[in-house]
Design a protein around this ligand. Structure first.
Ligand SMILES: O=C([O-])CC(=O)C(=O)O
Ligand SMILES: [Mg+2]
Length: 222
């Protein structure tokens, strides 16, 4: 799944919660702990463009050097090792990315110029918001190489889904399998709520539809 439009269309109906449960059922990692939505009501999905930063302590380090290389529809995933004392993303970058049709930015690190991103409607997920620039403090070490965030190994082109609950990554080769399971989980959860509306107790509705084991590993190894 490398076509950006296809990825975002495929994920349009999927929440990160369902995708995470589907990953759990397959014993796959993917949920990016510690990265939260900049504001509520934003969501995105698409193939990942990876960026890795490294610290510097001299003039010449800077942020955003990779942005002209990112294709429309991609989700930028930045690994700055969770650093919160300086930025790797700001308002000029939000407006540029929005202008180019980039699907969103997910940062294991920090962004600034939040009001600008909000005004542009550009979606961002990050560890923190802080105003001190990364210029002269970090530089791009690599782009489009594998990164590891919260113990999750992520390759360029893997699929990222992000919403109010955070961001989750699915290996490109497992996307359809995971999405199908996530949709099945959604249908079961809807059926539980319907049963409650129809007069069942929550316990009855959950038991009837196997709620407690929806995300349980299905290979018998858990
Ligand atoms: O220094 C930064 O984080 C970048 C910045 O403010 C911008 O892109 O507007
Ligand atoms: Mg700025």
């Amino acid at each position: 799944m490398t076509d950006p439009t296809a990825a975002s269309n495929l994920a349009a109906d999927l929440s990160t919660a369902s995708v995470s449960d589907a990953l759990d059922s397959l014993a796959l990692p993917g949920s990016l702990h510690g990265i939260g939505a900049l504001r509520q009501g934003q969501r995105t999905a698409g193939p990942i463009f990876t960026v890795t930063y490294e610290p510097v302590d001299e003039a010449g380090g800077t942020v955003g050097d990779f942005l002209d290389d990112v294709p429309a529809g991609a989700v930028i995933l930045i690994d700055n090792a969770g650093r919160t004392d300086c930025t790797v993303w700001g308002g000029i970058m939000s407006q540029t990315a929005h202008e180019r049709g980039i699907a969103g930015t997910v940062i294991h690190g920090t962004c600034r110029d939040v009001a600008v991103a909000t005004a542009a409607g550009y979606p961002i997920w990050s560890v923190a918001r802080f105003m001190r620039t990364g210029k002269d403090r970090v530089r791009v070490a690599a782009s489009q190489t594998p990164v590891t965030i919260d113990g999750v190994l992520i390759h360029p082109g893997d699929i990222l889904v992000a919403d109010d609950d955070g961001a989750v990554v699915v290996p490109a080769g497992r996307w359809e399998e995971v999405a199908n399971i996530a949709r099945r989980i959604d249908r079961v959860e809807e059926a539980i709520v319907e049963a409650v509306r129809g007069g069942a107790t929550l316990a009855q509705a959950r038991a009837r539809h196997g709620y407690h084991s929806l995300q349980t590993r299905k290979d018998g190894l858990s």
